[in-house]
Design a protein around this ligand. Structure first.
Ligand code: GAL
Ligand code: CA
Length: 350
């Protein structure tokens, strides 16, 4: 409620500034205040919740923007229609810029149309729209990371672990029997991560035998269910679990725990993200490795871009790819370097 009132005050303020700009709404805001609307696909997503917390801190800490920034967040509960309505509401409430994590990354047209009619720039994040849609309007941007790189790094981590720990090949047949837990079908980070992780392992000379693959939509509970099914089919044959994210790797571990497997009988697990729980599992040596999805870097880039898109200042300092994309690198994390990823270390690294 309080947020709404603040936004309504923002609307009045933006309108009064607007009415002074007879030439239209190019850079309509009072320079000491900006209103940012964030719409994301689902509040059950661990990585995105951590990412959005970083973004809020980034906007509010006053380094990116020395005025007063208000961030309003809406979760779409995995429904594109809900997100379209939320975007309309955010624009009507006077948001100066939108940060949108699409529910359906192939369906941004309605959002783009409303934003364009109101001349509110959009920064898409994490769920990358297809290239043609990004060309629909010049005030569209994307902040994220390169899916291929995360897959390659996961493959490299797994290959190193297999070389260093021959006991991962538990039945000693010279091949690694593996399963994959995949994120949402159609998400740029699902297929590409899997393909690149598997190809990298093969290129590194690791012989693989795929036992099974299950979709668990980034979700820990769904991954636990899928893993229970795979274990019941393959029993103790599974030597390696490649998960498209940490939550699903943790769900796979939950399944083994539920079935009371002893440590020696467990496969090696690999995730991606480096969420708080993911890093904790690496620290405890339960997760053999993860790939850090740099939420701090992405949040800082999105904050900088949001301010530049609204005020028109600082755009020249941003290093875009193809004029509208910002990709932050991933990093490999194992037990050896996980201490660099404590909260304190990350904030001093930035
Ligand atoms: C991925 C991330 C997943 C999930 C997904 C949502 O980049 O690794 O954990 O958050 O985005 O779009
Ligand atoms: Ca084997």
């Amino acid at each position: 409620m309080r947020g709404k009132r603040i936004m309504a005050a923002g609307l009045l303020l933006s309108m009064s500034v607007l009415s002074l700009c007879a030439c239209g709404r190019q850079y309509p805001v009072a320079e000491d205040k900006i209103y940012v609307g964030v719409a994301y696909y689902d509040k059950s997503d661990t990585f995105l919740n951590e990412f959005i917390t970083c973004f809020q801190k980034e906007m509010e800490k006053g380094e990116t923007f020395d005025g007063n920034a208000t961030v309003t967040v809406r979760d779409a509960g995995s429904l594109q229609q809900t997100q379209d309505d939320q975007v309309k509401e955010l624009i009507n409430a006077g948001c100066d810029v939108l940060c949108v994590n699409l529910v359906n990354r192939t369906d941004p047209s309605e959002i783009i149309n409303i934003a364009r009619e109101n001349d509110v720039p959009i920064i898409f994040f994490n769920r990358e729209p297809v290239a043609e849609d990004m060309l629909q309007w010049e005030r569209l941007y994307y902040v994220g990371a390169d899916a291929r790189q995360s897959g390659v790094m996961q493959g490299e981590l797994a290959a190193e672990a297999i070389r260093e720990n021959p006991q991962i090949d538990r039945n000693r047949d010279g091949k690694i029997q593996y399963v994959v837990l995949e994120g949402e079908p159609g998400h740029q980070d699902s297929i590409i991560r899997t393909e690149n992780a598997v190809n990298t392992l093969k290129n590194k000379g690791i012989e693989l035998e795929k036992l099974s693959c299950g979709i668990a939509n980034w979700n820990r509970a769904q991954a636990q269910n899928r893993m229970m099914q795979m274990i019941s089919r393959h029993q103790n044959k599974i030597e390696l679990v490649l998960a498209n994210n940490d939550d699903m790797a943790l769900g796979a571990m939950d399944a083994y725990q539920k079935l009371n497997y002893t440590e020696a009988a467990l496969p090696a697990f690999f995730g991606i993200d480096g969420t708080d729980v993911g890093l904790e599992a690496v620290r405890e040596a339960k997760l053999s490795g993860t790939v850090y999805n740099d939420k701090e870097g992405q949040a800082a880039a999105m904050a900088q871009l949001a301010v530049a898109a609204v005020t028109g200042k600082g755009m020249e300092k941003i290093r875009f790819q193809d004029g509208k994309y910002i990709y932050l690198p991933y990093y490999k994390v194992t037990g050896d370097n996980v201490s660099d990823y404590s909260e304190e270390s990350i904030s001093t690294l930035q």
